[in-house]
Design a protein around this ligand. Structure first.
Ligand code: RB5
Length: 150
């Protein structure tokens, strides 16, 4: 599974650390930018990586900005994207097991690099639980299709 990576300028340094980490673990990735610390607009970068996940060019995505909030909001505008901002182990585990999150977002100005890398591990290794959670994901898909829920 290939991972789509992207960040804005605030997330650039952590994205580079995540790249090194994935490479060391032999995990394939595609870097959609940004490629330096010049200011950029996070929706542009979030869109590039989230599109790759949406089109199944990449199996999952990891997006980084200052807080992780902007990239999460932007990525979640794309149909089929379930982007989860995680700043702790438990949220990362639930984002996969309960929400089947296909994108992890991280706040480079919020958490330390080591914690971010641990969260990346949990996000990549935790399977979706399915079962009762699947029904809830289906309801999110209904919302995407602008169908009313009963
Ligand atoms: C950039 O200064 C900052 O606003 C951005 O990285 C992010 O935190 C937005 O949500």
């Amino acid at each position: 599974m290939k991972i789509a990576l992207a960040s804005d300028h605030a997330g650039f340094r952590l994205k580079e650390r995540i790249k090194e980490y994935l490479a060391r673990k032999g995990i394939m990735y595609e870097d959609f930018g940004t490629f330096d610390e010049e200011p950029v607009d996070y929706p542009d970068l979030a869109y590039k990586a989230a599109s790759a996940v949406q089109k199944e060019v990449c199996g999952r995505g990891i997006l980084v900005c200052g807080t992780g909030i902007g990239v999460a909001i932007a990525a979640n505008k794309l149909k089929g994207i379930r982007a989860a901002l995680c700043s702790d182990h438990f949220s990362a585990s639930c984002a996969r097991a309960h929400n089947d999150a296909n994108i992890l977002t991280l706040g480079a100005r919020v958490i330390e690099d080591e914690l971010a890398l641990q969260i990346v591990d949990i996000f990549l290794e935790t399977p979706f639980d399915g079962g009762r959670h699947l029904k809830r994901i289906k309801k999110i898909e209904m919302l995407e299709n602008e169908n009313c829920l009963k």
